[in-house]
Design a protein around this ligand. Structure first.
Ligand SMILES: [Zn+2]
Length: 112
């Protein structure tokens, strides 16, 4: 999947239309292999969040940091990190993707 700054790449099944955030070989809904990447602006709402103080090795130099569970406007729920420079998270806050690469997706809280 190709990732561009500020954009999220999702997979859409050409057979049943299901959207997915995961990199899959076949559709989790209908097992079709006809999956196509589709761009998404990564906008959504914080469903819940937590602060990670004892981070895994890959993110140890960034701790403490917040992890957010986001209900994307596209109708999917996904988990990501919150950018260090972001405003603090709160349930219901609007967020958008800053960058995404593989399983590492970084959100920022939108400020009015
Ligand atoms: Zn499908």
């Amino acid at each position: 999947m190709t990732q561009t700054a500020g954009m999220l790449s999702l997979l859409r099944c050409k057979s049943c239309g299901r959207l997915d955030t995961a990199m899959r070989v076949v559709c989790a809904g209908c097992l079709s292999a006809d999956l196509r990447p589709v761009g998404n602006d990564g906008s959504g709402t914080v469903a819940t969040f937590t602060t990670i103080r004892r981070a895994p090795t890959a993110f140890r130099d960034q701790a403490p940091y917040d992890v957010v569970v986001v209900d994307l406007d596209a109708g999917l729920r996904m988990t990501g990190r919150l950018d260090k420079d972001s405003a603090p998270p709160s349930v219901g806050a609007r967020v958008r993707v800053l960058h995404s690469a593989g399983a590492d997706t970084v959100f920022t809280v939108e400020t009015p």
